[in-house]
Design a protein around this ligand. Structure first.
Ligand SMILES: O=C(O)[C@H]1O[C@H](OP(=O)(O)OP(=O)(O)OC[C@H]2O[C@@H](n3ccc(=O)[nH]c3=O)[C@H](O)[C@@H]2O)[C@H](O)[C@@H](O)[C@@H]1O
Length: 430
C-alpha cells in the first residue's frame, strides 16, 4: 500500500501522475461538500485574514518607528548643513567611523578646508564610548554632524544618500584590533565584511556614484618577508582574522570597481598613533599603565627578537587621506550600471622607519618621567606579526605623501594630550 504522502506528492518533482491528481480532487470535493467541514474552512479563512491584517499593521508600525528614529525634516536639515561645501571645487564627504580616531581627525581637516562632512558612527563599546562621544562633541563644535547608526543599516545609508549627493565616501568604520579577533571573530565579519558590502551596495546604486577611499591595513602583508613592504608584495598570507577581513575588503572593493565602475582607493595604514587615539593600542595602554604604576606586557618574537612597528603619526595619515580623496578620480557608473573603467588603487601610508617596541617604551618613560614595570613574554600565537615597514614611494608619486613626524615628536604630542584629557594617575581610565 502506498502511503498518503506517496499518494499526494510525486517522488520526483515534475512527475506528478495525472490519475493520482484526479483521485486527490475527488477526495477533496467530497470532504468540502460536508457542511461541518465547510464551517471549519470558513473559520480557518477568517483567522488567516485576521492574522494578515495584524501583520500589515506591525509592518506599518515598523515604518513609523524608522521615521521617528530617523528624526524627520529637522535631521535632514542638519545633514544638509553639515554637508554644505564652502570652497570652490570642494567635496561633500560621508565619513564612516567619524567618531573614531582617524575619522575624527580627517573630518576636522576636511571641514577646515571648506569641504562638507557628514559623519556616521555606531558608537559601539569595543573601547570606552565616552571617548567617542568627546570626539563627536569636538566635531559638533566645528559644525560637523555625526549620525548614530550602523553600516549594516541599509535603510539609513540609503536615506543619507537621498538627502545628500555625496561626492566621496571616506570609509573608516571597522572592527579594529589584531588580537581581539580571537575573542570576538564575528564582530569582524559584521563590520569589515557585511557592513562593507552594505555600504558598497548603496554606493553602486547612488546617482551620482561617490568615489570611495577606505581603510585597509598594513596587516594584509601578514607573513610577507620582503622589506620594506611594497603594494606589489604578496598579501595572501594573513596572520589574523582581522587581516583576513581587510584583505577580503580589498578583493570585495575590486569587484565593485570592476562590475559597477566605483572609484576605489584602499589605504594600508601602518600602526597609527597620536592624540585622541585608540585606548586598545599598545602606546595608549602602556601610557595608562605606566602612569597608574601597573605592569606592561611586552611581546618578544622568535630568538628573543624585539618586535617592531612602522608607527605613523596621525597628522601624516590625515595628509595621506586628503591626498587620496583629492586624486581619487570619479566613479563612472550610475544607477548600478558601469559606464567605463574607474580607478582602483591601494597605497601604503606608513612612516618608513620602524621602531622596536622596547624603544617606544623608553620614549614613554622619558616623557612621563616614570619607570615602566616591564613584563617581557614570548609573543603568543595571536595574529601578531614580528615587524612592519612601509615602502611609500607609490603614495609619494601619486599625491606627494611625505610623513614628517618621528616617534619621539609624535609621542610627545600624544602624552601632552593624554595628560590634559585624563589628568595624571586617574585610576578610572580604561
Ligand atoms: O597598522 C596596522 O595594520 C594595525 O595597527 C595596529 O595593530 P598593531 O600594529 O598590532 O598595534 P598595537 O596593538 O598598538 O601593537 C603594537 C606593537 O606592540 C606590541 N604589543 C601590544 C600589546 C601589548 O600588550 N604588548 C605588546 O608588546 C604588539 O605585539 C605590536 O608589536 C592597529 O591596532 C590595527 O587596527 C591596525 O590595522
Amino acid at each position: 500500500m502506498p502511503s498518503l504522502e506517496d499518494e499526494l506528492f510525486p517522488s520526483t518533482p515534475g512527475k506528478f501522475k495525472i490519475e493520482r491528481a484526479h483521485n486527490f480532487n475527488r477526495q477533496f470535493q467530497r470532504c468540502f461538500a460536508s457542511t461541518s467541514t465547510m464551517f471549519l474552512w470558513a473559520l480557518f479563512l477568517i483567522a488567516l485574514t485576521a492574522s494578515y491584517l495584524s501583520f500589515q499593521s506591525f509592518v506599518d508600525s515598523g515604518n513609523r518607528y524608522f521615521t521617528a528614529s530617523w528624526g524627520g525634516i529637522q535631521l535632514e536639515k542638519q545633514i544638509r548643513n553639515s554637508a554644505q561645501i564652502q570652497r570652490p571645487g570642494g567635496m561633500s564627504v560621508l565619513v564612516t567611523g567619524a567618531a573614531g580616531f582617524v575619522g575624527s581627525h580627517v573630518s576636522l581637516a576636511l571641514k577646515k578646508r571648506g569641504d562638507g562632512v557628514v559623519g556616521l558612527d555606531n558608537f559601539n563599546n569595543y573601547y570606552d564610548p565616552s571617548l567617542k562621544k568627546a570626539r563627536e562633541s569636538l566635531l559638533n563644535s566645528q559644525g560637523i554632524l555625526v549620525v548614530e547608526g550602523d553600516l549594516n543599516d541599509a535603510g539609513l545609508l540609503a536615506k543619507l544618500f537621498d538627502v545628500v549627493a555625496f561626492t566621496h565616501v571616506l570609509h573608516l568604520a571597522a572592527q579594529a584590533g589584531v588580537r581581539y579577533a580571537m575573542e570576538n571573530p564575528n564582530s569582524y565579519v559584521h563590520s569589515n565584511i557585511a557592513g562593507l558590502v552594505t555600504l558598497l551596495e548603496i554606493c553602486k546604486s547612488a546617482d551620482p556614484q561617490p568615489a570611495i577611499v577606505w581603510a585597509s591595513s598594513s596587516s594584509v602583508y601578514g607573513l610577507n618577508e620582503n622589506v620594506p613592504f611594497s603594494e606589489s608584495d604578496r598579501t595572501d598570507r594573513p596572520a589574523s582574522l582581522y587581516a583576513a577581513t581587510k584583505k577580503a575588503g580589498e578583493e570585495i572593493t575590486h569587484t565593485y570597481n570592476h562590475i559597477y565602475g566605483l572609484s576605489i582607493t584602499g589605504l594600508r595604514f601602518f600602526t597609527v598613533y597620536g592624540p585622541w587615539g585608540r585606548p586598545d593600542m599598545a602606546y595608549f595602554s602602556f601610557t595608562r599603565n605606566i602612569l597608574q604604576g601597573k605592569p606592561i606586557t611586552i611581546y618578544r618574537g622568535k630568538n628573543k627578537a624585539d618586535l617592531a612597528r612602522d608607527f605613523t603619526y596621525i597628522d601624516d595619515i590625515v595628509k595621506g587621506c586628503l591626498g587620496s580623496l583629492d586624486t581619487s578620480g570619479e566613479s563612472t557608473g550610475s544607477g548600478g550600471k558601469k559606464r567605463g573603467p574607474a580607478p582602483y588603487r591601494n597605497f601604503n601610508l606608513g612612516n618608513t622607519s620602524p621602531v622596536k617596541v622596547p624603544t617606544l617604551v623608553n620614549i614613554l618613560e622619558k616623557l612621563l618621567r616614570m619607570k615602566a614595570k616591564r613584563k617581557i613574554v614570548e609573543m603568543p600565537g595571536n595574529g601578531d606579526v614580528p615587524f612592519t615597514h612601509a615602502n611609500i614611494s607609490l603614495a609619494q608619486r601619486e599625491f606627494r605623501y611625505k610623513p614628517t613626524t618621528d616617534l619621539q615628536t609624535g609621542l610627545k604630542k600624544f602624552v601632552r594630550w593624554y595628560l590634559s584629557y585624563y589628568g595624571y594617575n586617574r585610576k578610572d581610565v580604561h
